[in-house]
Design a protein around this ligand. Structure first.
Ligand code: ADP
Ligand code: MG
Length: 471
């Protein structure tokens, strides 16, 4: 039976849908149009080059898998990319691009390897075994107060692995704050500057799985031998060693050996060593031998620089006011910031519109649920406005009328209580006021609640409303 492209693609979508989140499915897969199928090559149409690149970067494995299962092992995917010709009269035309071979080392590394994972690799193979993603480097790791110590210690270590007193170097910080990026940058720099230094990046989970597999397969010796030959060992997310006694013992052994022989160890964790529960004390005390440096959320200016860097590397332009708006609004972590940026570009590409403040606000609204608690600034402003019968515009305006000032202060107070926004960001959402105004508002509301029972009751009612929404 000859299959047609539509039904094959429908089957593919069914599988893809079960593998990716709803939002991603809608953004990246629904807009695809199947065009043709010839022998074992299916051609799909995507709206832009950016779209193609995004799919290739993020879903290449999934697409391969599903094409192979639909069209057999020789099955291939080709993209027809609509290229906007830039002039209104000309119809857009399309170019055909193949489903590429993996682009970076990281992807290659995921390809099945035929030999035992613990044999020492030849020099050519070392890159594959480094597990490094070559996109992470110091040049695109923006410096700010939030990461200055960790970043410069990282550079020092990368310049002289095993020789500085930063051994081990332990970097810690919350999710999405750039730990993996930083420690991989160290690895990449060492690899580039010194081909003989065997760098290995591994997550603590992968280390654990390899170790348990080695026990099962009776290959502990090769496991240990492999790790003892590493010159720079980079272990990500060591908090996952918690409670895994045997793995910790093995790691302790490897750590000591490497450290004694002057090899470099770099680690990351989501919290400082003193808060790492479930890790043996002797291991923790080792972690403290070198340098422990933390990563914080970048401040407003650094966030602007991060967005700027991203625009430059992706070759896109975003107007200044939108950049500022994003930098103000997303103050959770850098990954969220990048996520919002990608959605924004995707929406603009799909709708063929320019990126402007309106689109940025809409995009953010769609994702805002994940970014902050269910109760957002908009919701608070609307609720307070309704309660005091004042328009949201007035809340943000300069008016000094007493009842408006009080309502505005109440709204700021609730934003402080129920959202993750910083004082600076709250001020921004209230007509660009500065953070001291917000501090003053929060203080005034607390004082009035102490003095005025009726006022206190109103606030309690509003709070109830916020809690109901957050459920
Ligand atoms: P973590 O490992 O701490 O969860 P990642 O290293 O994965 O965080 O960082 C999340 C994303 O944010 C990555 O895409 C990373 O490139 C980016 N990022 C984080 N910090 C910075 C920074 N200072 N400059 C540029 N990009 C950054
Ligand atoms: Mg990470």
């Amino acid at each position: 039976m000859v299959k047609d492209s539509v039904s094959v693609w429908e089957d593919c979508l069914r599988f893809i849908k079960s593998q990716v989140g709803e939002q991603s499915f809608r953004t990246w897969f629904e807009p695809i149009v199947p065009l043709s199928i010839k022998e074992n090559v299916i051609t799909i149409q995507v709206p832009s080059q950016f779209f193609y690149e995004y799919l290739e970067e993020h879903y290449v494995q999934l697409l391969r898998q599903v094409i192979h299962s639909e069209l057999g092992p020789m099955g291939r995917l080709e993209y027809s990319v609509i290229v906007d010709s830039g002039s209104a009269q000309n119809q857009p035309y399309s170019v055909t691009l193949p489903n590429q071979a993996p682009k970076n080392k990281w992807e290659q590394d995921r390809q099945p390897s035929v030999r035992s994972p613990f044999e020492m690799p030849s020099v050519e193979e070392e890159w594959r075994h480094s597990n490094l993603n070559s996109n992470y480097d110091f040049e695109n790791y923006i410096e700010g107060d939030c990461n200055r110590l960790a970043r410069s210690a990282g550079i020092a270590v990368a310049e002289k692995p095993g020789i500085t007193s930063f051994n081990p170097l332990m970097v810690y910080g919350g999710v999405g704050l750039g730990k993996t990026h930083l420690i991989q940058s160290i690895g990449n720099k060492i690899r580039r500057d010194n081909k003989n230094n065997f760098v290995l990046y591994v997550s603590s989970e992968k280390f654990t799985t390899q170790f348990t597999d080695a026990i099962k397969n009776n290959s502990i010796q090769s496991f240990t031998n492999f790790y003892l030959q590493v010159d720079t060992l980079i272990i990500d997310d060591v908090q996952f060693f918690a409670g895994k006694e045997k793995t910790q013992e093995m790691f302790f052994h490897i750590f000591n050996h490497l450290h004694q022989t002057g090899k470099q160890i770099v680690m990351s964790s989501d919290r400082p060593p003193r808060d790492l529960k479930g890790l043996q004390d002797r291991l923790l005390s080792r972690f403290k031998w070198g340098l422990t440096a933390d990563l914080q959320m970048p401040d407003f200016e650094t966030r602007i620089a991060i967005i700027g860097r991203k625009m430059q590397s992706d070759g896109i332009y975003i107007p200044e006011d939108v950049v500022e708006y994003l930098a103000y609004s997303v103050d959770t972590n850098v990954r969220e910031l990048e996520g919002v940026l990608i959605s924004l570009i995707a929406h603009a590409t799909l709708n063929k519109t320019d990126i402007n403040l309106e689109l940025a606000k809409q995009t953010l609204k769609n994702i805002v649920h994940d970014i902050e608690s269910e109760v957002g600034v908009d919701y608070i402003q609307k609720s307070v406005g309704e309660y005091f019968q004042i328009s949201v515009e007035d809340l943000k305006d300069k008016t000094r009328k007493k009842e408006i000032v009080i309502a505005r202060q109440v709204a700021m107070y609730l934003c402080k209580e129920y959202t993750n926004h910083s004082l600076k960001s709250i001020g921004y959402h209230f007509g660009g006021r500065d953070h001291s105004t917000v501090i003053h508002a929060v203080q005034s509301v607390s004082d009035m609640m102490d003095l005025d029972a009726k006022f206190c009751h109103s606030i309690e009612e509003l709070k109830k409303k916020m809690r109901m929404k957050a459920i």
